[in-house]
Design a protein around this ligand. Structure first.
Ligand code: PEP
Ligand code: MN
Length: 357
């Protein structure tokens, strides 16, 4: 994929980050136009709005459909911004191209589906279109599936190609709506160094206050741009209201970000070090989670008059983990040291619970 062209259009100065902004969904003509006018007044050049919305469960707002294409047309004519929307099948692609949409993105539920991806790629090939296409990561953390989706488009002749990192679905409660798992887009960069990667802090964070810190992290890691959900009246948005910010806040956030001059390097060592940083963060999070569970066990033992130390259990843990570690290629000694340190800290934390009145 060495002949990829930049995504971002002539209006985006060379090397400056791409910014795509607009509401999660087009709701009404007034909402689309007033959001667009405000964004345009702040200098935004690429406007997004979903008109076909893939919803996890039936019953949610599924988008206004084709009617919204006319509103995007108006945005284009009135403000001069380029317009972007999500497509998920052949009909969407055809209608979007007919309506003069400049950039299409493939959503996370669609990029996870090779049949849908092939259908979209074939339709684009038939139309011989030079539309810009961005592929969101699949909902599940599967880099090969993400690359496969991108390859299908590339094989169909699409050259204005990019990827969007929107985080990965997970079960249970977390700080993020979709876990960033930064090492995955970093590995994508290593595998396809020519491919622009844009970060979607809105869908990663799921909350307004996380848009700025996640955007900064993305800049720090050398992402090529951001796609941020912005709505003229976020509290009344018909979808994803918790994560949408007003154009004014968006302008503030974007202007507060520190951009790094040094562009993303393809040097393997830098990328690998970033992966190490990420993995260490994950390791800390996992350790923290383990300690939390240990404290809960401590509470249970206290309430049931049990002792903190249950040596049988410790021996079982040691044996099974050391066996697993050696199967993975780590030394038994190393694993014993790690486990005994973890155990020591777990006991310390449980004792704290015991000593609490
Ligand atoms: C969106 O961008 O509004 C969207 C539906 O995103 P995702 O596919 O990342 O969930
Ligand atoms: Mn959304």
């Amino acid at each position: 994929m060495t002949d990829l062209l930049p995504v971002g259009f002539e209006d985006t100065p060379k090397n400056s980050p791409i910014l795509i902004a607009g509401p999660c969904s087009a709701e009404t003509e007034e909402q689309v136009l007033s959001t667009a006018r405000e964004l345009s007044s702040y200098g935004v050049k690429l406007f997004r709005a979903g008109i076909w919305k893939p919803r996890t469960k039936p019953g949610g707002f599924e988008g206004v459909g084709s009617e919204g294409l006319q509103w995007l047309r108006k945005v284009k004519d009135e403000t001069g911004m380029k317009v972007a929307t999500e497509v998920a099948n052949k009909h969407h692609v055809e209608e979007a191209l007919d309506a003069g949409i400049d950039l299409i993105w493939i959503g996370a539920r669609t990029s996870a589906n090779p049949f849908a991806m092939q259908e979209i790629a074939d339709t684009l090939a038939e139309r011989n279109s030079d539309v810009h296409v961005l592929v969101k990561n699949p909902v599940n953390p599967d880099l090969e599936l993400w690359i496969g989706a991108i390859q299908r488009l590339y094989n169909a002749g699409i050259r204005h190609l990019g990827a969007i990192h929107r985080g990965f679905s997970t079960y249970g409660k977390h700080l993020y709506r979709n876990l960033p798992q930064w090492h995955i887009p970093i590995e994508l960069r290593r595998r396809l160094p020519q491919l622009p990667i844009i970060c979607d802090p809105s869908h990663i964070g799921g909350r307004r206050e996380l848009v700025a810190p996640i955007s900064q992290q993305a800049y720090d890691m050398g992402f090529d741009g951001l796609i941020i959900e912005s709505h003229c009246d976020p509290d009344c948005a018909w979808s994803d209201k918790a994560q949408q910010i007003t154009p004014e806040v968006l302008n503030f956030v974007v202007n507060s970000l520190v951009t790094r001059d040094q562009h993303y390097t393809t040097e393997n060592l830098t990328l690998l070090r970033q992966q190490i940083d990420q993995v260490d963060n994950e390791l800390l999070e996992i350790l923290n989670k383990r300690m939390r569970v240990c404290r809960e066990i401590g509470q249970y033992k206290k309430e049931h008059g049990m002792t903190v130390l249950q040596t049988g259990r410790y021996d079982d843990i040691m044996q099974s983990r050391v066996k697993l570690a050696t199967e993975m290629g780590m030394s038994a000694d190393f694993m014993r040291t790690v486990l005994s340190s973890i155990h020591e800290e777990s006991v310390r934390q449980q004792l704290e619970i015991f000593n609490r009145r």
